[in-house]
Design a protein around this ligand. Sequence first.
Ligand SMILES: O=C(O)CCC(=O)C(=O)O
Ligand SMILES: [Fe+2]
Length: 842
Amino acid sequence: MPSQTTTTTKAGRKILKLDSSNGQAYREISTAAPRAASAEEIPVIDISKITSPKLEDRMSIALQIKPAAEDSGFFYIKNHGVEEQTISNAKAAAVKFMAEPMEVKQKIARNKQKYWNGYCGPEGSQANKTESRDYKEGFGWQYSPDFDPLYDYLPKPIPLSSIPADTREFSRAEHHIWDGTLTVPGFKEDAITYYRSMLNLARHLTKVFALALDLKEDYFDALTTYPGADLAFNYYNPVGPEVGGVSGDEVMSHEVGLGSHTDLQCFTILWQDMIGGLLILNRIGEWIKATPIEGTFVVNIGDFLMRMTNDKWLSTVHRVEVNRSAEPRISMPLFFGFNFNEVIGVLPSCVSEENPAKYEPLRVGDEPRSFTNVIHNSFKSCRVDHSGCDEVIIALLPRLCQRDNLSLLHEPIIMHASSQGESESPADQCREIEDPSTVVTMSMDDKGKAQTILDNLCGIFNERLSPDPDTKPIGRDQPQDGASSPEKLPLLQKLDSSEQSTASEPQKDSSLESDTPENKPFTVDSSLAARLSTDRKLQCTSFDAEAILVRRSTILVNLLQHRALITHDNVLTLHVDGPYTNANHDSAFRHGLQGKLDAGISQHENLPYELRALETILIMVISELDTEYQELKKPADHVLEELGRDVDLEKLKKLLDVSKQVSAFRQKVKLVRSALHTLLDADDDMAAMYLSEKAAGKPRAEADHEEVEMLLENYYDASGEIVERSDKLLSDVEYTHDSVRSILDSHRNSIMMLEVHFSVAMLGMATGTYVAGLYGMNLINGLEDAEHGFSFITSCSTMGILGVGLWGLLKLRRIKRIYNFPRTQHSRERVKRAAATDAVES
Ligand SMILES: O=C(O)CCC(=O)C(=O)O
Ligand SMILES: [Fe+2]
């Protein structure tokens, strides 16, 4: 039977674990049977006017899409323009292919291909590891310009040389799979006819999506010239009375036609037959039915578009139930995304001063589950609100790393906790076992291992702490899965005052020994585990990369590359090995933090430990920003000064670099500032930051947080000052950039003028020589012998040259007056004023 790792939290709720392109996520969901969706929950939008020449028609569609994309991420479209015949032919082709013998279909099995092309058998995939394998079978293919109506004018197959080089490397089509479908005559034609219509529809939809996102209608056009566009024929066989050994009536909720997931690309357009089975998870964790509606497609937003919209639009979790009807169920989704080579960040219309971009730009074709993303997002999304469990998870982290044997790690805590009595909260149990006097740093120098650790970290409560009557005692020397590799450096380094002199030597975590006396086997106390698992409330929430979060007995700091967990008597710092951090930096941070805490550099001596720790981190963050600013300013000033003297290509390149760096830096400071701002806005969080007083049983009232507020305001202002300075630097850079552009423009104009002067002179000369040429021809014209013939012709030619030259120059002067129309706002205004004066005078 497939493993099930969802755990009951409280009556009628359970935790659903998901893989999304932002890492692992958890949702608390209802266990109630799915219900029908209301018309507001999944609206039906008429898109018949999507190609109307009137903007207001297209705009009215956009205005209906916008709330649906924000509220549920799902909607139906009707009057979509895809021919009924095209759909029914494609469906018939899919049915015929699925009826072929398994040997025929397996010849083009998807798992034998490099990319997502070909056939996938029943239970050949598992969209969600915590549910059953997917009961469906399917056939799918990826984008090829050969199928794209945009390139109908090119010969087929399209020669590689006609495809831009940067998109060529992302070609994921595998044309040979079609040979495996030849047993079904007309299969490819019908499939591709449907695909072409769907591509057209998707491109039209991107235009109204742009309008719905307050962008120009053609904003996405250049991003869809070689799109990620995969089509799938999903075929859900009826499961009959028996599924997985249980009768149809009792089919368990984790037995699925297609497991719970979100779609990865920008959006999906799905045709489904009338059988039904598609469920979507609404915001409050209820499964609602996307009941089939004749003549419609279902459209849903995918992860990448959610990221681009800064999470304004929702990529909603959905799944398909096992098919309990008598007929097979067919669905035919097109998954549509942007060109793989494009690097796309958060859309300009989805960011503001208060809501800065949460995501870095990302190349569409890059692995969405890259190491950095996983680490970053696991840390962020593994969040347990107000039950103290996030503190447990994070306090477990060093142990996870240290022991390198994940299945053992929570058990000392449980043992310890059970020996301390049942009344403590998980956070208290956890804190008890930490050595209170130290700063601990974890450096993840082994990416594979770090990833495993974080995967387990996120899953640990669901997978390990559920009351399990079969749990056996586990000895600490028993390796669990061979993950341990003693020759590698330990991932945890622990520092205290006695160890500082030998800090470069990795130390053994002695507190672990004291937690686990006499190498005794650890046993899971199932009653405690049960309590822990019902105590928690997991939330799938992503929050800004830069944040200070306040929990029951900890403050989580995530600023720049610093991740720290502050309790009332210790600080844990987490170092993630990513593109923004380096080990030296981390160790400097750790030493600096310890040093400053010891030296008591806080401006407020009477502050409790946790606030001094926070202040120390803030001082370090601000001073790092300040240093970075100085480091940016020096080369910026230098390049500005050099450009003041003269302009050349090298200097211009430097100027561009500087401008990019300064804007990125400014954005970073703003993120820090916005984290402080968020906290300053939350009175309850500020009051909850007095952890020592809370630990002593005297929590503060909500309005009583004067010291924290002053402290945060201090650093909020300091960061504001850096933003201001970087604004000024940026505007200097931009001003210089504009000036250089004007200088270059004027140089270009001079060159053009020179050329034109030459041309005018040449034209004049040509006129003169024409007359002289006529005269000089060996033809009898009577002028040869005339007395003043020579001087007459010479004067005519000279007058011709002068006349045409003069005429050319006059024309040129007129054009010059128009061409020199000023470019800058300032000079435009000046000219407007001059023109107005002229008009009055005349
Ligand atoms: O078959 C369906 O209704 C949904 C299919 C789906 O969600 C998918 O293929 O990603
Ligand atoms: Fe899907």
